[in-house]
Design a protein around this ligand. Structure first.
Ligand code: MEV
Length: 416
């Protein structure tokens, strides 16, 4: 209990907010909230908030940001911003054209019956873009969908979309019952479920960087670096084992911005991995081209983000994060987030094909090891100096620490 209490906010009002974000809240669960400075995106400088526990992620993003700040700088564009939801239902008729005719007769009613829900969104410039009837009977007997596309402006839109879909279902059942052209047998419809899709291939952003190959490496080996980098991306494109780790690195950056800005990282993760498998094989989300002496590296990634609604105006740290970014709209937040994913991947692949990942990774992890050991400030300084130009290994840190204290190093633990 003491432990839980020590994680409560000192201001009871703020604690109450946190208690009410979810059910059965006992305490708050901290993640480091850091910033990666020096990002130049479409000519504007950003210091990007990131919430993540993995020690090297913020450092890697910041390093890539600085690298690109004097080269090609990041360019982005939102390619589309449509979201999708479905009413999944079964229909026991046999002539799909007759269902299509019923849909054509009913479509305007579907729009009309949802006006109370869509009014505010329409006033903000969004709403329901279209509704289609989809025949899925080739995959599942009697299975059809009402597939709707939405523009949810600056909100992620999950509640809006689900409310509209549930209203569609009511209209659909009512109108089919009242229809005078369908036979009684053709009125046999069962709504299975109404839900948005977290796969949003038409809510997608591109982030890219490019520069002359010569500028990639200070030692004049830009060509070698570019060739190795390109090979690494090719491997992540053709080999799902590597693609998974490669994309995990991208998501290190993306998730940390998404968490800091109060968005739904599970939705973005699910969407990214479906997109990475869109041709039937799981592949790299980033792509590279080396052509005519130019290196071009880019990431296309679908993601549904919001800068209004949800936690965005409630969670004090989320508000701060959005302020740090200049209160972006949803499209701008997509761009910023994609850039961090691209930067993260550049930093990881650059390390992998040059120094190896452990040099930087373990350097950042050193503090965690020292904390586990309970090292004093003085001991931390000495041990950090010891590893200044060396790859940190967990075992060697323990050894140096024990030598300093004049205590025997513990025997490696063997699991029984
Ligand atoms: C570690 O969290 C992420 C990396 O493994 C990504 C990668 O291998 O590309 C470094």
């Amino acid at each position: 209990m003491k432990q839980l209490r020590s994680y409560w906010h000192t201001d009871p009002k703020v604690q109450k907010l946190h208690d009410e974000f979810a059910e059965n809240t006992l305490a708050n669960f901290y993640l480091p909230f850091g910033v990666a400075p020096n990002f130049i995106i479409n000519g504007k400088e950003y210091c990007i908030p990131m919430a993540i526990e993995e020690s090297s992620v913020v450092a890697a993003a910041a390093k890539a940001a600085t690298f690109w700040s004097t080269r090609g700088v990041f360019k982005t564009s939102v390619l589309a911003m449509k979201k999708i939801g479905h009413v999944h239902f079964t229909w026991n008729g046999t002539d799909t054209q007759r269902l299509q005719d019923f849909f054509d007769r009913t479509k305007s009613q579907l729009f009309a019956d949802t006006e109370a829900i869509t009014r505010n969104m329409v006033a903000r410039g969004g709403g329901i873009l279209d509704i289609e009837l989809i025949d899925k009977t080739a995959d599942e007997p009697n299975y059809y969908q009402l597939k709707a596309t939405f523009d949810t402006c600056d909100s992620m839109g999950a509640n809006f979309i689900n409310s509209v879909l549930e209203e569609f279902a009511k209209t659909w059942e009512r109108e089919i019952e009242a229809d005078t052209e369908l036979t009684e047998a053709e009125k046999d419809v069962t709504i299975i479920m109404c839900i948005l899709s977290n796969y949003t291939p038409d809510c997608i952003v591109r982030a890219e960087v490019s520069c002359p190959v010569d500028e990639l490496a200070a030692d004049g080996n830009g060509d070698t670096f570019a060739a190795k980098f390109q090979q690494a991306i090719r491997i992540a494109t053709i080999e799902p084992y590597r693609a998974t780790t490669h994309n995990k690195g991208i998501m290190n950056g993306i998730d940390s911005v998404i968490i800091a800005t109060g968005n739904d990282f599970r939705a973005v993760e699910a969407c990214a991995h479906t997109y990475a498998s869109r041709d039937g094989q799981y592949r790299s989300l980033t792509q590279v081209e080396v052509k005519d002496g130019m290196f071009r590296f880019w990431l296309d990634i679908p993601m549904a983000l919001g800068t209004v609604g949800g936690l965005t105006s409630l969670h004090p740290m989320v508000k701060l994060a959005l302020e740090l970014l200049g209160n972006p709209n949803a499209g701008e937040l997509m761009e910023i987030t994609a850039v961090v994913g691209l930067a993260q991947n550049f930093a990881a692949v650059r390390s992998l094909v040059t120094t190896g990942i452990q040099k930087g990774h373990m350097k950042m992890h050193l503090l965690n090891i020292l904390n586990q050991l309970g090292a004093t400030e003085e001991e931390r300084k000495t041990i950090k100096a010891h590893f200044e130009n060396k790859v940190v290994s967990h075992q060697e840190v323990i050894q140096v620490f024990c030598e300093m204290r004049g205590i025997p190093a513990p025997a490696p633990q063997v699991k029984k």
